[in-house]
Ligand binder design. Sequence first.
Ligand SMILES: [Zn+2]
Length: 140
Amino acid sequence: MRCGNECSPELSLLAEPLRRRRENRELSAEEWALLRCSRCRGWLRPHVLWFDEFYDEEHFRFESSIRAAAETDLLVIVGTSGSTTLPNHVASIVHERGGTILDINIEENAFTPLARSSQNGAVIRQPAARALPELLRCSG
Ligand SMILES: [Zn+2]
C-alpha cells in the first residue's frame, strides 16, 4: 500500500486485521481507519498500476528496469499474463540482445513466444510454487 496523497514514497503492507479478514461484511469504523495514511490521514491505495496511470521511476523503477534489461543475460518471468507495457518492454529488450528467457506459467501468455524463440529459452508449464523450488534445486 502507499499513500494516495503521495505524502511519502514509503510502502506498507495492508494492516494485519484486514489481511486476515475472511468474512464478507462491511468494514467496521476501525477497519476503515486502517485504510488511512498514518502520516497525513489520506486514503491508502494499492501499490499497483491502474489503467489511467503510467509507469514511472518513483513507483515502478521504470528507467532502472530498462537499464537492467539492457544488461540481463537471463530473464525469468513467473506467473504473469504480460498485459502491461513495462514487463513486455523488458522482455523485448532481453530477447533482442540475445538473452535467455524462461517463462514459468500455468498457461500460454504474452512471453511464451519470446521464451520459445530466445537463445536457450524455455517454457515451464507448472505452478510457480512447484517450478521455482525445482529450478533452484537444479541450479545449485
Ligand atoms: Zn499520506
